[in-house]
Design a protein around this ligand. Sequence first.
Ligand code: F6R
Length: 543
Amino acid sequence: MCGIVGILGQGPVAGSLVDALKRLEYRGYDSAGIATLENGKLARRRAEGKLRNLEALLREQPLNGSVGIGHTRWATHGRPTENNAHPHATDKLAVVHNGIIENFRELRDELIAKGHEFVTQTDTEAVAHLVTEAINHGLSPEQAVAISLPRLKGAFALALLFAGEDNLLIGARRGAPLAVGYGEGGEMYLGSDALALAAFTDTITYLEDGDWVILRRGSAEFRNEANEPVFRAKLKTQASAFLVDKGNYRHFMAKEIHEQPEVVARTLAHYIDFSTGTVRLPFELPFDAKKLTGLTVTACGTAYYAGLVAKYWFERFARLRVEIDVASEFRYREAPLPDEGLMIVVSQSGETADSLASLRYAKAHGQKIVGVVNVPTSTIARESDVAAPTLAGPEIGVASTKAFTCQLTVLAALAVALGRARGVLDAASEQRLVNELMVVPGLLAEALKLETGIEVLAHQLGKATDVLYLGRGTSYPLALEGALKLKEISYIHAEGYAAGELKHGPIALIDEQLPVIVIAPTDPVLEKTVSNLQEVSARGGRI
Ligand code: F6R
């Protein structure tokens, strides 16, 4: 994910722009850049690779100017070179962009025909030239943005800086988050998340989807998609409280893995009355649970796998039919949805575009929406009928870890609550399940003590080129999640499989070279899983 920052400052902003980009490093990036106005003229510095390369360049060629924008880029259109790094600029403006402009080819062809010269392989450059074309026709920057935004297709957040406009920044949001920050002495900020702005201010406004904003020192003027002036409330964020360093850990991911006992306990305490051993949801269900006819779950990546585990729980404990799909498929499937149906959307950020589009589809088709989200101010949280918070705290590491276990915690509590409300679970069954949930933080702490042994194993697995993960029942989605984590973090090819599917094809892959990781807790399908293990060991597989 890319990161955006913009500052309308009182003094030079280059250093603060780079500092803010450092707080966005957790999102992952492969190049970075900033642009400022020096005596009314646009000036840029960009570098491939890590921010230290940009800092070195700025030491050699410093940038002055009290207004500027910055960006960390994760390459999508065009290789991660300095030339493709943001900001992209013309003689009139510089722009940084998160997301994808889907119709950039069409725009580029049109603008080339009008004499614009494109010098990068990015989709973003089309935005720079589109707005420039309008300015060349005599429009002000604000008018030029207003007529250009409706021409852009896709999901994006933008920040624009204009030549000769020392008191102006414009931001726009469609599908990708963007926030405005309010600083001391009229300083104003733009950021792709609250963390980017946390060192400057704890007072922010999130743009609603489709909004754009005109920033001047001391003022923010919000417009909606129809270009009407709109009021957007200021919020106090918690982000500064989480401006945490990595402590004694080498990475945020390691730290977050170790936070799991604490954040899962915190999340449980929000959903469970420990004194009575019952689930106590922190909100009213916006539907009659007894009348529910079906549940649709949708999410992306790790959040989807949390939903897939929960499918087993909702079917078993609440006797609900569950339909689950990844949001990028669901949103285009035009699936018929049940009358009196419920959709659960699971998302750490609460901003994932496909998940949000699925939510909107389901809402338009009469479903009640429960959003299981980690960011309470996010769009998915706000657009759900009920936001069920995961209390994981900010997840800085690029891979979802503690958010996943907190999602499972909330989904388990919801499954028990629905089971009880639908009369499937009696009081004794509820108490038994709640007792099992209450020991989870302690078990997580025990599991983390295995780290040294796991590290030894990791060194052996690190030599593999492929790894197979197997599981049955709720361990099947866990196998999928394990394979995703290995791919994402180690760049080792991995596949997750339902253990019972092994004999239907993938068994052909098994030999002495292929490590097979089996998730096999003591559960009703353990014996079945053990027979699958025998198939693996008969072919010499390393289990
Ligand atoms: C994997 C990972 C991603 C996210 C996915 C959904 O480690 O982090 O697969 O789980 O992009 O993101 P959210 O939960 O923010 O909707």
